[in-house]
Design a protein around this ligand. Structure first.
Ligand SMILES: Cc1cc2nc3c(=O)[nH]c(=O)nc-3n(C[C@H](O)[C@H](O)[C@H](O)COP(=O)(O)OP(=O)(O)OC[C@H]3O[C@@H](n4cnc5c(N)ncnc54)[C@H](O)[C@@H]3O)c2cc1C
Length: 387
């Protein structure tokens, strides 16, 4: 006999569906109209940021005690999914605000949280996450950025690469080596401000997709910061970086689901309009089978993502596995679904007259960042083989 609880596992709560409706309304009206231009010009979509900020969707995960909306992990995933459905670049506003601040939420002192999270919640500042380096990508622990203690300060030197929203963000979580002999246990995390003397940025990368989200190098040239800007204890930075990714891979999965939903929605409308051989192409079974596969993969990706969001919220022990699985599965699904959406539009899909080619280019990054999908498979296999 079934109980109500066993059904609830598979039911998104009503208040979360209400959040989806609210985000969709804002995005349809004020984010989607800027998406093609952000892609074309490669400029940060300020109008979209303002719209998200006005509705409190720019950093929904920040707890109420720091002035935030206090959205749980599922609600945050739904916000990111819905923004990505309209504009993948803009979805990196709530996603990277969560990525940048998660180390603080997991390991920061009360004083640091109060100082920095309130500004992000108020929409006065964005927060980026600086882990990758030119020579340290998948092998992030081999980083060479140094932080050396000097009295009650640390002095940072080095370069981070591929930093999302660099230059636009006021604040940066920076991972740096404080004890080279200790390898990954000699890495510490710090909050660095854009205005700290010695911080500078490289030119924006010219990318395949998410062109409205600036990606730049960040340089640290004798950046002197107070020692109390360290997040957590010395040597715990790498563990904090990895714990952060366990939670935020769920948000990349949500981004992938949103991009795929946008492509499926557009393609579904198109095939019902487009006439060939005297009828709508949606009447051909070959097209119907393609649509069915797209919908099926999308829903499987969404369910896995929401299950992982539940684990993130509860802090379940198998979050590492589920975060990696959701990110990997959803991003692979998004790549397939967006590619099929281009196919459904035929030659028109291959042009900038329609949004699906942008969605296909945007989907590709979800297979690469926050750990490539090869790295996600390493993470999953390690979890499976452990113990
Ligand atoms: C647009 C964009 C935004 C980004 N934003 C951020 C950000 O905000 N903050 C941040 O810190 N980083 C960011 N990144 C960096 C991103 O996380 C890295 O690019 C990614 O982790 C891969 O590192 P890499 O590019 O050096 O590739 P490499 O590590 O050089 O990998 C090259 C290839 O080898 C494969 N590979 C590597 N090791 C293994 C292995 N052991 N087994 C099997 N295959 C392997 C990889 O999967 C990949 O296919 C961003 C990247 C991009 C492109």
């Amino acid at each position: 006999m079934s109980t109500a609880t066993s059904f609830d596992v598979y039911q998104v709560p009503e208040e979360h569906e209400a959040i989806r409706e609210a985000v969709r309304a804002v995005c349809d009206a004020k984010v989607a109209p800027n998406a093609a231009e952000a892609d074309e010009t490669g400029e940060f979509p300020k109008a979209s940021y303002e719209a998200l900020r006005a509705a409190d969707f720019h950093a929904p995960h920040i707890p109420v005690e720091y002035g935030g909306a206090g959205a749980d992990a599922l609600a945050t995933a739904i916000v990111i999914e819905e923004v990505a459905r309209a504009c993948a670049s803009s979805s990196l506003i709530p996603a990277v605000n969560k990525l940048g601040t998660m180390p603080l939420l997991l390991a920061g002192s009360e004083e640091l949280k109060r100082r920095y999270l309130t500004a992000v919640a108020a929409g006065e500042a964005m927060f980026s996450y600086c882990l990758s380096e030119p020579e340290a990508g998948s092998d992030a622990a081999s980083m060479s950025t140094r932080a050396e203690r000097d009295g009650d300060h640390y002095v940072l030197n080095g370069a981070k690469r591929w930093i999302t929203n660099a230059g636009v963000s006021e604040y940066y979580t920076v991972f740096a080596v404080t004890d080279p002999a200790a390898r990954s246990r000699g890495i510490s995390a710090f909050v660095v401000e854009k205005s700290d003397p010695g911080v500078s940025f490289g030119a924006p990368e010219k990318k395949l997709g998410i062109k409205g989200s600036p990606t730049r190098e960040v340089y640290f040239d004798n950046v002197r910061i107070p020692a109390d800007r360290m997040i957590g204890e010395p040597g715990t930075g790498f563990a904090t970086a990895m714990r952060t990714l366990d939670h935020t891979r769920v948000t990349i999965a949500a981004q992938a689901v949103g991009i795929a939903q946008g492509a499926l929605d557009f393609a579904k409308g198109y095939v019902q309009e487009r006439q060939q051989f005297g009828k709508a192409v949606a009447e051909f079974q070959g097209i119907q089978f393609l649509l069915a596969d797209m919908g099926m993969k999308l829903e499987a990706a969404r369910q896995l993502t929401y299950a992982a969001a539940g684990k993130s919220e509860r802090g379940d022990v198998d979050l590492t596995y589920f975060g990696a699985a959701a990110k990997c599965f959803a991003s692979d699904a998004a790549m397939e679904i967006t590619t099929d959406a281009v196919q459904l539009l035929g030659g028109y899909g291959y042009t900038k007259d329609f949004p699906v080619e942008r969605m296909m280019r945007d989907a590709k990054i979800t297979q690469i960042y926050e750990g490539t999908n090869q790295v996600q498979r390493i993470v999953m296999a390690r979890q499976l083989l452990k113990g």
